[in-house]
Design a protein around this ligand. Structure first.
Ligand code: NAD
Length: 277
């Protein structure tokens, strides 16, 4: 099996889900987060998710969780999947450190939603082995992995990550390294326009989401989806799109910034466009 030992850095909603699907594929996972208690929270989330999936024929928590080891730092592995906050300086520091610690032939992947993979590759001495591996939330359920090639990514690295995504039971789709790649270049203007519609009083949040769900056959409305993604993450992605593409149409709606400033980050903080208390 390729990539027997995988290091996942960042044990938030995405890192926990990624660790779960990698461990469920039979691989060993080292899971690291800088915040005390984050890995334990992720393990509790995995136990709950695996329990539900086991009822539908998936592996049980007892089979999968022993393959996940909490680690206090970046450790050696065949593959890094980085899933920390959407902040370029934090991600670059992790790529620099992983480049020092992981063996020279290991691949370094980022789950970033929008940060250029090319610039993460440039801070390492192995730019050909750096790639974007963009999972979708909730990771154990959604099938897509957007595989993003940096300018420097080799064909061999891309092929290995496409094969891994398939082995995890996902469907890979390849994109080149432009701001927001494909997924968020399409999704974020949709979320942003919904936030403007709410701010300008065009409709209530529930009505906006109902229109998208029933009118466009989307499983969730854009405001509920933004709450799931995290409003802080949405704003960070829109900032990257705005700066990277230079078009004011990508600038985040002031209401989104205001909610983030108030700590209304969506589901993860208990309140965003909706109240989850
Ligand atoms: P999150 O806030 O739930 O989790 C981020 C985690 O990173 C936190 O647990 C935090 O403690 C940890 N962290 C921060 N700095 C760290 C460091 N230096 N070392 C180790 N851990 C550190 O965020 P999330 O929603 O899981 O997003 C993580 C990444 O995945 C982001 O790049 C985001 O853009 C991307 N992403 C998010 C979604 C989504 O729907 N939320 C979807 C696809 C991709």
């Amino acid at each position: 099996m390729r990539f027997e030992h995988v290091l996942v850095v960042g044990a938030g909603q995405m890192g926990g889900g990624i660790a779960q699907v990698v461990a469920a594929s039979g691989r060993r996972v080292a899971l690291h987060d800088e915040v005390p208690g984050a890995v334990e929270r992720a393990l509790a989330g995995m136990e709950k998710s695996l329990g539900k999936l086991a009822e539908k024929g998936g592996p049980t928590p007892e089979q999968v969780l022993p393959r996940v080891t909490p680690v206090g730092d970046i450790v050696g592995a065949d593959l890094l999947i980085e899933a920390v906050v959407e902040d370029v300086s934090v991600k670059e520091a992790i790529f620099r450190r992983a480049d020092e610690v992981l063996p020279a032939d290991a691949i370094l992947a980022s789950n970033t939603s929008s940060i250029p993979i090319t610039s993460l590759a440039a801070v390492t001495a192995r730019p050909d082995k750096v790639i974007g591996m963009h999972f979708f939330n909730p990771v154990p359920v959604l099938k897509l992995v957007e595989v993003i090639r940096a300018l420097q990514t080799s064909d061999e690295t891309a092929a290995a990550i496409v094969a891994l995504a398939e082995d995890l039971g996902k469907t890979p789709a390849q994109a080149n390294d432009f701001p927001g790649f494909v997924s968020n270049r399409i999704l974020m203007p949709f979320v942003n326009e919904a936030a403007y519609a709410l701010m300008e009083g065009v409709a209530e949040a529930e009505a906006i989401d109902t229109i998208a769900k029933l009118g466009f056959a989307h499983p969730m409305g854009p405001l509920a989806l933004a709450d799931l993604i995290g409003l802080d993450t949405c704003v960070s992605i829109m900032d990257v799109l705005h700066e990277g593409l230079g078009d004011p149409k990508y600038a985040p709606c002031p209401l989104l910034r205001q909610y983030v400033a108030a700590g209304r980050l969506g589901r993860k903080s208990g309140r965003g466009f909706y109240d989850y208390a």
